[in-house]
Design a binder for this molecule. Sequence first.
Ligand code: HEM
Length: 505
Amino acid sequence: MQAKMGKVKFIFFIIEIKKDMRGATLTDPDLFPNHWLIGGLFDAPDPNEIGIFRTWEMRILNQMQKRHGEIGPIYIFLGLTPFTFFHETPCLESLLRSQVNREKNFGYGFLKPWLGDGILISAGKKWQHRRRNLNSAFHFNILNSYFIMMREIVDEYKVSLSKRIKAGIKDFEFHDEFNKLSLQIINYTAMGSKLDYNDPLAETYRKDVDRIKRSLRVRANNPLLWFENLFFKLTPEGRKQLKIIKRLHKFTDAILDTRVKMFKNLNKEEIQEIKESYEAGKIKRSLPFLDNLLYSHFEQKEIDWEGVKEEMEVFMFAGHDTTTATSVFGLQFITENEEVLAKVLKEQDEIYGDSEMDDLKSMIYLEQCIKETLRLRAPVREYFRQIDQSPLQSSEGEIHISSKASVSIIADFIHHSEKHFENAFKFDPSRWASEKRRHPYAFIPFSAGPRNCIGQKFAMIELKLVLATILRNFKFQPKAKSEQMVIASDFISSPWPGCWISVSQ
Ligand code: HEM
């Protein structure tokens, strides 16, 4: 019954949007077909061909922008379903800063069997409540305690890399290296446990994250697989996903179980310490983020058990795959540019003391390199919203759009705009040093407004710490140039088939 209602609603949704869109800027038929029934269903590239989708999407948007100017939304049909692309700052500003259009689009529903209806996906009061609750775990002083835990892990990584070099290994695939490292960091800071690098369960988890991202991309690009999860589960792709999700949950459940046992053994004073720490942002010892959730669940009764599990899945995924991408692309960009590398090392020599949190503030040039990496290789290159109320307001006027539209924000596209970034395809960290004021919505790797990335400060700490530590201690020789690398875009960007770099001491 629910499934039937879903389909009926979907048909009304299409009819309404088709009506609303009369006279709007549609893709030109020679760029992308606009057939009234199937749209461009059979013209989107095969989602299994890695790297093709990004190039195709960027090319179409580029050509559309050339033909139709910059301001208005662009509509394109995939099957019967219209997608609306916001590709200039007034549109992006009007949507991202909006307090009413905060809902994610229907595609996020595909993530629910894996990530649940947690902070990343939920809407309305539920999201507000979760966001308020979780914000406390990212207070400045708490970040400091995460830093101490991260430093421990990064130092261990330094020793492990060094040992392997001494054992005669020269070439390393850094997407894999950093992926293990980032998972270790999120696991320790957020969940409170250390992973064994060779733990087969952790290895399976990492591989399964890759598998599910690919599978989600296949589903997102094939409207025939968009039916309710109930139907999808019966398809071969759906059955495959289900198996992967089971294994992913098994891994996180095991971590959760261990922490719960520990939490239940805490005495009253220790519980009180967690309470005070989170309320006042004062930390006496390293506290994993999960304790905040457990405290909310067991002591304050503010979040149910389902909620604890949902947020745990979200943070495990969002907290490691994004930082992996940025550190690997960053390492490649920095080490292939001799001048940039020399400046990074000079800055490190001048400021790096005993590696305290305050040192990170002085890494101004390294921060510019990270921002430039996030601009050219946004890990979350595309995200979506569902419009609830139109017109939208921007500082340059109103934006009219269907009140049911599903909007795609391609950060990757605006980040490559010559209007906002001169010589936009060049890796040039110094552009961030100039006083020139940039439109705040031209650089949106962490999204912006009320639904921006809750972990962005955490991410910047990790990225600076990882890159500074390894650049200071090793010499790098990339095996390929950035331009030669294919960018896979299965939700999170990554270099395909990897990023090989020779390392010596
Ligand atoms: C370079 C690293 C990162 C990048 C580029 C990044 C980017 C983003 C973006 C673009 C969004 C918005 C997604 C959307 O609207 O669908 C987002 C949301 C989010 N991110 Fe991050 N992220 C990073 C690191 C992290 C880390 C380290 C954590 C956790 C420790 C994290 C947790 C989250 C969460 C929970 C949300 C959902 C927030 C909400 O909807 O209220 N992210 N991130």
